[in-house]
Write a protein that binds this ligand. Structure first.
Ligand code: ATR
Length: 297
């Protein structure tokens, strides 16, 4: 892939620590090229103590935008000039846009999850959503789906975090939300309904812990939609078992792609080539999975 870099090329970048396994440079550079946007995307490994200096350099260097990942999604907010209302509600930023020297923070993770469900034809209206987790990703997703679904149940290992998230959603009057401790009894009780959308928004099942799952296979049924935000491996144990049970399984690649597509559109003002971004990410994930299998042998 050749990106023609000129004196007027705009720069976007990922900041985080670590960033070496990120798919974003591959995905965004291919997308820029596809729509003829004069942009380039790099990844910067930034330690906590260098975060403020790095953000202050963004207007000075005329960097157009950033993606923000672990561990800076919350701490970066205090260095920005403005926050999008959604990012403010969520309490975390994953995208920054430099508008004439003023930095505005956004959070596109929740929209990414919603888009991933919608492009699979999933309608949340009249549905009960059971969400596992109450961390950063779960918060972003919950703020998007809470007002769309009929009912949202948040189950988390640390119950207090589930309660805190549920409380912060309750200001939206139309929201019907409940928080519980994540354990087998509560899972059994909450999954014992029809047409449930189950979302794993924890990191359980992610490489290198591919054998882990929070839901025993006997609780999975064929009228469920099971969405796992983990994308590495593409098919987690939870999704494998969901498929065996006859449920509809949705992997985490869509969320990764659509949160990136939303950031892309904020920076470039152009429509993101989401299908291309998805195929690039899938190809790279499969390549890495193959390499891991070879190395295991
Ligand atoms: P992220 O930004 O990726 O969401 P996070 O904010 O650290 O990361 O949140 C991780 C989520 O995964 C949390 O809900 C966490 O549960 P706790 O709040 O109890 O820590 C959940 N999680 C991680 N490992 C888990 C495990 N082994 N069992 C159950 N939940 C787990």
């Amino acid at each position: 892939m050749t990106i023609p870099i000129t004196p007027s090329t705009s720069l976007c970048a990922l900041i985080g620590h670590p960033v070496s396994h990120s798919f974003s440079p591959l995905m965004h550079n291919a997308a820029f090229q596809e729509v003829n946007a004069d942009f380039v995307y790099l990844a910067f490994d930034i330690k906590e103590e260098d975060l403020e200096k790095s953000i202050k350099a963004v207007p000075a260097l005329g960097i157009r935008g950033l993606n923000v990942t672990i561990p800076h999604k919350v701490s970066v907010m205090k260095f920005l000039d403005e926050l999008d209302p959604v990012a403010k509600e969520i309490g975390a930023v994953n995208t920054i846009v430099n508008e004439n020297g003023k930095l505005k923070g956004y959070n596109t993770d929740g929209l990414g999850a919603l888009m991933a469900l919608q492009t699979e034809g999933i309608n949340l209206e009249d549905k009960k959503v059971v969400m596992l987790g109450a961390g950063g990703s779960a918060r972003a997703i919950a703020f998007y789906i809470a007002s769309e679904a009929q009912e949202l149940v948040i189950l988390n290992r640390t119950e207090s975090k589930a309660i805190e998230l549920a409380e912060s959603l309750k200001y939206k009057k139309e929201v019907n939300v409940k928080a519980l401790k994540l354990n087998l009894d509560n899972l059994k009780m909450e999954l014992n309904d029809k047409n449930i959308i189950l979302i794993n928004s924890t990191s359980v099942g992610m490489h290198p812990n591919e054998n882990e799952t929070l839901v025993t296979s006997d609780l999975l049924k064929n009228d469920m939609v099971v969405f796992d935000i983990v994308y590495n491996p593409i098919e987690t144990r939870l999704l494998k078992e969901a498929k065996s049970a006859g449920a509809k399984a949705i992997d985490g690649v869509g969320m990764l792609v659509y949160q990136g597509a939303a950031a892309f559109e904020l920076w470039t003002g152009k429509r993101a080539p989401a299908d291309l971004m998805k195929s690039i990410v899938e190809k790279e994930l499969l390549k890495r999975e193959k390499r891991r299998r070879r190395e295991k042998k």
